[in-house]
Ligand binder design. Structure first.
Ligand code: FUL
Length: 469
């Protein structure tokens, strides 16, 4: 046998060497994996409602009402970036049908307003600002249109697809397209039968890397409430075929289920204020940093992404109260999760797959490497030993998401003054799970997987201490 062949044979048969676990269907697409890494981004509800103090416009508003006196998308983008948000999704068109760009397929747009003498284009300003600051841009487009005369007839589907083409073709890369499921009546009193396959095809054609959001995916799903809270058990798996936009069980969307045939992770939407649009009387109702942190830990910390709405005011700027909350929120996340107290601790495993998948891979700070149990083993765990006792009140766990969501139950124990005690546990982990535990000072930590759909993986075990107030 030639030397090289012998070496390969030897390596393959060495005890402990192993190929990686086989992926467990359904698994994320590359666009879903890229979206996972963004974790949180802003939502901006902006349009005629900003000026009429409404949440849902009738579609018959005078376009001249839309008149931001000092539109400053750079201010939005800078605030997002400095608070650690990865992008901004804007309501390019809400239910009132008003287009924030000069669409050729509607007569209810910025071009019909006297704002910037009809030459303004909010999407152009925002895409420039996002590019300058280095964050991503996404768009919300409501298929429900209370202004368009064709709404309620088959012709409207072509109108909406043409609008999508304009929005997706002219402003650079778009990372997310947010489809609202609302389907009310239009000006002629009729409801539209939406051509979803056409809309989805159009997005894929003009922005193949964008994820599409709706109750039914196809890429990411609504989490089933507008409080920004994912279920404590949250599978990224559902059967897409059981839902359509606007028609889905909110309970199922909130939790997913382990036998779901499609990989469609959740996105948690919530506003920093009571309303989605700006209302001056809500300036003193902006959520506190501790409320926002609790939302973060129940969205990003429960295997979902967070889209936080910050509505620009009538000038076209974020209000100071929102800026303060955003800044505090960004700082609190950085303070809590900026320092991993378990990083590069001594790690061992009760069920080790072998070379390349040792327990140390879960604490090496690299999300692309992971601990994995041998094939067929559906339980097992990782133990960490610390050189000095570590004090923490948050445990972060991550599966290696590209191989599919596997873990269904786990628990965590800590060695405190020589005695092991259980400090927490749960069901799903997925891309990221944050567990709030009592403040604990431990010399060792053990994460045990109790149930799994296939041999479990852990890409990250992190320990953190929230700042004391
Ligand atoms: C809902 C809409 O009806 C609200 O106005 C808002 O845009 C929210 C994010 O989605 O379906």
């Amino acid at each position: 046998m030639p030397l090289l062949m012998s070496l390969i044979f030897l390596a393959a048969t060495l005890p402990g060497s192993s190929p990686g676990p086989a992926p467990l269907a359904p698994t994320p697409s590359p666009r879903q994996t890229a979206w996972r890494g963004l974790e949180r981004y802003l939502f901006c509800h902006f349009g005629p409602n900003t000026f009429t103090d409404k949440e849902w416009g009738g579609g018959n508003e005078d376009p001249n009402l839309f008149n931001p006196t000092d539109l400053d998308c750079l201010q939005w983008a800078k605030a997002a970036k400095s608070a650690g948000f990865a992008g901004i999704v804007i309501t390019a068109k809400h239910h009132d049908g008003f287009c924030l760009w000069p669409s050729k397929f509607s007569t209810h747009t910025v071009a019909q307003s006297s704002w910037r003498a009809g030459k303004g284009d909010v999407l152009a300003d925002l895409s420039k600002a996002c590019r300058k600051v280095g964050i991503k841009m996404g768009v919300y487009l409501s298929p429900w249109d209370r202004n368009h005369p064709a709404y309620g007839t088959p012709a409207y589907n072509q109108v909406f697809a043409s609008m999508l083409r304009e929005v997706l073709g002219n402003y650079g890369p778009i990372f997310e397209v947010w489809f609202d499921g609302a389907n009310g009546e239009g000006p002629n009193g009729k409801k539209q039968v939406y051509d979803w396959p056409l809309f989805i095809r159009t997005v894929r054609k003009y922005q193949p890397n964008a994820v599409i959001f709706s109750d039914a995916g196809p890429d990411i799903r609504w989490i089933g409430n507008e409080e920004g809270i994912a279920g404590e058990t949250n599978w990224a798996l559902v059967d897409r075929s059981r839902y359509s936009p606007g028609h889905a069980s909110t309970e199922e969307l909130n939790h997913g289920y382990p036998d779901g045939r499609d990989y469609v992770p959740g996105e948690c939407d919530v506003s920093i204020r009571p309303g989605w649009f700006y209302h001056p009387e809500e300036n003193d109702k902006v959520k506190s940093v501790s409320q926002l942190m609790s939302i973060y830990e129940r969205s990003v910390g429960r295997n979902a992404n967070l889209i936080l709405n910050v509505p620009p005011d009538r000038a076209g700027r974020f209000n100071d109260a929102d800026l303060r909350a955003l800044d505090g929120f960004g700082k609190a996340i950085a303070k809590t999760y900026g320092k991993d107290l378990a990083l590069r601790s001594a790690a061992s495993s009760s069920a080790d797959r072998g070379r390349g998948f040792q327990a140390s891979r879960a604490v090496d700070g690299n999300p692309a490497t992971y601990w994995a149990a041998p094939d067929g083993k559906l339980s097992g765990g990782v133990e960490l030993a610390f050189a000095k006792p570590v004090t923490f009140d948050r445990v972060m766990l991550q599966e290696y998401d590209p191989l599919g969501q596997r873990i269904a139950a786990f628990h965590v124990e800590a060695e405190v003054e020589g005695e092991w005690r259980r400090i927490g546990g749960g069901t799903t982990i997925g891309y990221k799970r944050i567990l709030e535990v009592p403040e604990t000072t431990a010399t060792k930590l053990r994460v045990t997987i109790d149930e799994s759909r296939a041999c479990p993986t852990l890409a990250h075990i992190g320990l953190y201490l929230s700042p004391r107030s």
